[in-house]
Design a protein around this ligand. Structure first.
Ligand SMILES: Cc1cc2nc3c(=O)[nH]c(=O)nc-3n(C[C@H](O)[C@H](O)[C@H](O)COP(=O)(O)OP(=O)(O)OC[C@H]3O[C@@H](n4cnc5c(N)ncnc54)[C@H](O)[C@@H]3O)c2cc1C
Length: 321
């Protein structure tokens, strides 16, 4: 079966891996010159947080999200299962109570329990929520591991090759071009992020800090690196990070721990999350293939499940053809 995948972001890499597992060796074309160039996936925090994400989306993401965590563990081997801590800057706790009412499977922590869980935050917060079953990983490491494993199994990525579905007459095409995929209703949601370096802060797990505009989070990426993200702006504006967003992200990181004031900024970038009207990703079948579309905030979390659906649908379409 001749299958071409357009786009080497997380959806493209995961569906390529799923195809190989099903005995099909696809071709993969990526517009960027190297892994991650131009991909929203390269900017992700790597939070695998199905229960926290229910607060802003639908509870249908929980089961595929949990199986997605297991899939990444098996396929990339870099999942860290330490849960998620959610805290609120300020003392009244109203946003924390609201978040607790919308999210699932959490435990309330008092100040002493937060200090025991994250000694690096000792004395800073009086209450918080702990989501023990959640996980995180370094998304760039996970993508690199998938790309290496694909290459070893005969699926090298053809970099610097922008392509359209119409370029491959006769082949089955899976459109994984992110915000550029050809799917009705697809829009872009701009996200801005920072990566900073600090040897003065130690965190074991992602920490979400509730904030009136966006849920800001800090994800430890190891070796003193922290990803601070992310804005949520309904816009396809692909310019660099605005001053306003940078100031807000930095302020929230500083509210989490004042030592962030002395952290070195390593990267400051913006990307476009592909999103469908209900903000839920799905496989959209077309005449000869389909699109894995609308990853939104859940690209890493839900890619394994959407890719599984895509491969099943593709095999059914082939058998019916
Ligand atoms: C700041 C930020 C933080 C995030 N944090 C998280 C998180 O913690 N957890 C999580 O699960 N998700 C997170 N997300 C969301 C997630 O990153 C995205 O939803 C997901 O990466 C989108 O994946 P994708 O493969 O659909 O698109 P992309 O990653 O954008 O990949 C699309 C690829 O297609 C290529 N392409 C485009 N046009 C062509 C063409 N014509 N031919 C060939 N190739 C082409 C692009 O170069 C790109 O490599 C975050 C997103 C952002 C922006």
């Amino acid at each position: 079966m001749d299958v071409v995948i357009l786009g080497g972001g997380v959806f493209g890499l995961v569906v390529a891996t799923r195809l190989v597992e099903a005995g099909i060796v696809p071709r993969l074309c990526e517009r960027g010159a190297s892994l991650g160039e131009g991909a929203a996936s390269w900017l992700a925090g790597g939070m695998l947080a199905p229960f926290c994400e229910v607060a802003t989306t639908d509870r249908s993401i929980v089961a595929p999200g949990l199986s997605g965590i297991d899939w990444w563990d098996h396929a990339a081997g870099c999942v860290e299962r330490h849960g998620t801590l959610v805290v609120q800057a300020g003392r009244d706790g109203a946003q924390l109570r609201q978040f607790a009412a919308r999210a699932e499977t959490h435990e309330w922590l008092d100040g002493a329990a937060i200090d025991a869980l994250e000694p690096g935050l000792a004395g800073r917060f009086r209450q918080g929520l702990f989501f023990a079953q959640e996980a995180h990983m370094r998304p760039r490491l996970a993508m690199a591991r998938l790309a290496e494993s694909l290459s070893a199994r005969g699926v090298p990525i053809a970099f610097g090759q922008p392509a359209e579905p119409a370029d491959f007459g006769g082949a089955w095409v899976l459109d994984c071009r992110g915000a550029r995929a050809d799917v009705p209703g697809l829009r872009a949601v701009r996200g801005e992020m920072l990566i900073v370096q600090s040897d003065e802060i130690a965190l074991t797990r992602p920490v979400r800090i509730l904030h009136p505009r966006w849920p800001v989070y800090v994800v430890p990426h190891g070796a003193g690196r922290f990803m601070i993200g992310a804005s949520m702006i309904e816009s396809a504006d692909a310019r660099g990070v605005t001053l306003r967003s940078a100031v807000e992200l930095m302020n929230v990181a500083y509210a989490l721990h004042p030592a962030f004031a002395d952290a070195q900024i390593v990267e400051m970038r913006s990307g476009l999350r592909p999103a469908l009207p209900d903000n839920l990703p799905r496989y959209v079948a077309s005449a000869r293939g389909g699109a894995l579309a609308g990853a939104y905030r859940h690209g890493f979390l839900l890619a394994p499940d959407i890719a599984r659906q895509a491969v099943e649908a593709l095999l059914q379409a082939r058998n019916a053809a």
